[in-house]
Design a protein around this ligand. Structure first.
Ligand code: DI6
Ligand code: FE
Length: 398
């Protein structure tokens, strides 16, 4: 069989099946950006490769996928962080006009080029650790013009680096000052004006909302999801982060790709997600940074067979984090996930949380997005803190 590249002499964590899908003496062959074969050397077809790379026993995993980020935004919130250290709560700061709305001001003031430029170092940090696909949300514009500018900047990042960007419209992230006291009116404007325009421009791959006491109600979320459905866009939801509004069950009833955060998720929510095949995206960086103490119901999710993804939630307010390796470590230490669960969370299940069936495992026919690691065993990817053992990163076979 003709192919472009063979990576041989590798140990593979294919992520096929429930666990790591380990292959000890393995190889990966790629043609036209897709995996032609991934598996044991002894079972491989006859391969005629233009290029052969000897991995010298290194481990190959699928390229990592960060399935929940707010990577594009203006400014930062270091000063707010200082206030929090002096005792102010996240909710109190948000109610006092800080929080998301302060990032909104900085984002509205930034040009598309400036948004791209300020996001690039964050994207580069992710890429340096083997990330090949990243989801990026809008949600700091909260007006049509700026939301669209954010989504354009997110798409623009994909032109700057060898990475795939999945975009999510999060117009329902917070109430902009123009609509104070009229959240229903804002949601109506999102449904009737902003979302149709975003859909018409093809700028969003999914629609998200912040369903929370300091965000939007389940009723408002439902109206937005119905509008998303009318435009053929899949939904996901920030749910049960600070309280239990039963957002995850609502999201599941719309066949959501994922419900995210979930510290306050209950049994009914778990059951609804299991029935709908909705991924539980856990965000240990936000849990850590806001010093949450309530754990997401990991054991219940496991028992119900809900797929678990892990992501950075990279955002200036509650998770200024750009390391998916550290997220895996936090998933293990804070949430007690296993090594296999952590790795599945940033590969197979992260792909599913984005509705991308063409990646996330090492299998024939999938995209050839690989991370090649200088480690002796996959556990090292989860075990270390602040150490990057990436040897090489392959995106689309290159
Ligand atoms: N939940 C979060 O953790 C972030 N957004 C959300 O809906 C926080 C965003 C921010 O504080 O800027
Ligand atoms: Fe988020």
């Amino acid at each position: 069989m003709q192919c472009d590249t063979v990576w041989k002499g590798a140990r593979l964590a294919t992520m096929v099946g429930e666990a790591l899908g380990v292959v000890e003496d393995g190889l990966v062959a790629a043609r036209d950006g897709l995996i032609l074969y991934a598996g044991a050397r002894s079972d491989a077809p006859d391969l005629e490769a233009k290029r052969v790379v000897d991995c010298e026993g290194r481990w190959i995993t699928p390229g990592l996928i960060d399935c929940h980020t707010h990577l594009v935004h203006g400014g930062d919130r270091a000063q707010e962080f200082e206030l929090r250290l002096e005792g102010a709560s996240y909710e109190a700061i948000a109610r006092a006009g800080g929080g998301i709305v302060s990032t909104m001001r900085a984002t509205r003031a930034a040009s598309e080029d400036a948004l791209v430029a300020s996001a690039l170092p964050r994207l580069d940090a992710l890429i340096a650790e083997g990330v090949t696909t990243v989801e990026i949300k809008s949600g700091y514009g909260l007006d049509g013009e700026t939301e669209i500018r954010m989504l354009r900047a997110a798409r623009g990042l994909a032109a700057e680096r060898p990475v795939e960007v999945a975009t999510t419209f999060l117009g329902a992230h917070a109430l902009p000052p123009e609509y104070v006291g009229d959240a229903d009116g804002y949601i109506g404007m999102l449904c009737d004006t902003m979302l149709p325009e975003v859909a018409r421009l093809g700028l969003a791959d999914a629609v998200d909302a912040f369903c929370e006491g300091i965000g939007f109600t389940p009723e408002q979320t439902e109206r937005l999801f119905a509008a998303a459905a009318r435009h053929g866009l899949p939904v996901k939801l920030h749910a049960e982060q600070l309280s239990n509004l039963h957002g995850a069950a609502l999201a599941a009833s719309f066949g959501a790709l994922s419900a995210d955060h979930l510290e306050y998720l209950d049994e009914d929510g778990i059951a609804a997600m299991a029935r709908a095949g909705t991924v539980a995206t856990l965000l240990p960086g936000a849990y850590y940074f806001v010093r949450e103490t309530r754990l997401p119901p990991i054991e219940g999710l496991r028992r119900a067979g809900v797929p678990i993804a892990l992501a950075t939630d990279c955002n200036p307010g509650t998770s200024p984090l750009t390391s998916l390796l550290l997220v895996m470590n936090m998933g293990a230490t804070l949430f007690r996930l296993t090594v296999a669960e952590c790795l599945a969370g940033v590969t197979r299940n992260a792909a599913r949380a984005l509705g991308l069936a063409d990646r996330g495992t090492l299998e024939a026919g999938k995209r050839c997005d690989l991370a090649i690691w200088d480690v002796e065993r996959p556990a090292e990817l989860v075990y270390r803190m602040g150490f990057n053992p990436l040897h090489a990163r392959i995106w689309s076979g290159q």
